[in-house]
Ligand binder design. Structure first.
Ligand code: ADP
Ligand code: MG
Length: 226
């Protein structure tokens, strides 16, 4: 990605993820709170006590992991390129955004083929994935399913597909995607798609969007594999 994405824009984009972040952290906090209340019960069997403590620690570790991943997303991105397992990152991003989605009655289904390897920057790939999945979730105010997959098309290309059953876009709206600050949302940034196009271009790939009003949208990234 070129340096055209200024720091202020990057921060706005991260700000866009605050809602997701808050939701993902609140969940483990509530679970731990529940276990602490249970631990307060008189005459709790020692086995239950051990179990509640173990589960609480697991939840706190998960919260910690979520914070770490979000901080990584917000970090200025280096230009490092490395071998990236796209399927693994797709699964990680889906699990990062899972509670946020469930809170909106959206399920995320992933289909992952092994050997979807690219040369790219893992942090940027994750920024792309979270932007696209967040848009898919937000497109379904009444809930639905997001399907995310990565497949090896042939020896030299892979495809990442993310589809939703949401509000969809007209042809004109699809054409405007990627223009800076183009957003139809009340508190949108209109930067997610612009950044997504830049990221896929920087990996030598192409990003296509297929959409039908009131039917849904599919975003397809086609990338050179290694
Ligand atoms: P933001 O999400 O902050 O509005 P984006 O750049 O991510 O900005 O998206 C720009 C606009 O494109 C959105 O406001 C929305 O109108 C439209 N859009 C993007 N993805 C989808 C989708 N999956 N379904 C319907 N509309 C979408
Ligand atoms: Mg967006």
């Amino acid at each position: 990605m070129r340096k055209e994405l200024q720091d202020a824009e990057r921060l706005r984009l991260i700000g866009d993820l605050t809602g997701v972040f808050a939701h993902e952290i609140r969940n483990p906090m509530q679970v731990v709170r529940g276990f602490l209340q249970l631990l307060d019960a008189p005459e709790l069997p020692p086995a239950s006590k051990t179990q509640y403590i173990r589960l609480s620690i697991e939840e706190l570790d998960r919260a910690n992991e979520i914070i770490r991943e979000f901080l990584l997303l917000g970090k200025p991105v280096s230009d490092n390129r490395e071998e990236v397992d796209v399927g693994r990152q797709l699964r990680r991003t889906a699990s990062l955004i899972e509670n946020y989605a469930l809170g909106k009655n959206v399920t995320i289904e992933t289909t992952i083929e092994p050997d979807c390897m690219i040369s790219g920057n893992v942090q940027r790939l994750n920024q792309f994935l979270i932007n696209i999945m967040k848009n898919a979730i937000e497109a379904m105010p009444d809930g639905g399913a997001v399907r995310a997959s990565c497949i090896a098309v042939d020896e030299s290309r892979i495809e990442i597909r993310v589809s939703d059953e949401g509000v969809g876009m007209s042809k004109e709206e699809v054409e405007r995607l990627g223009s800076p600050y183009y957003s139809l949302k009340k508190s949108g940034t209109g930067l997610g798609m612009m950044v997504s196009f830049q990221i896929i271009r920087s990996f030598g790939g192409t990003l296509r969007v297929f959409s039908e009003k009131n039917k849904g949208t599919e975003v397809v990234a086609s990338l050179p594999s290694i």
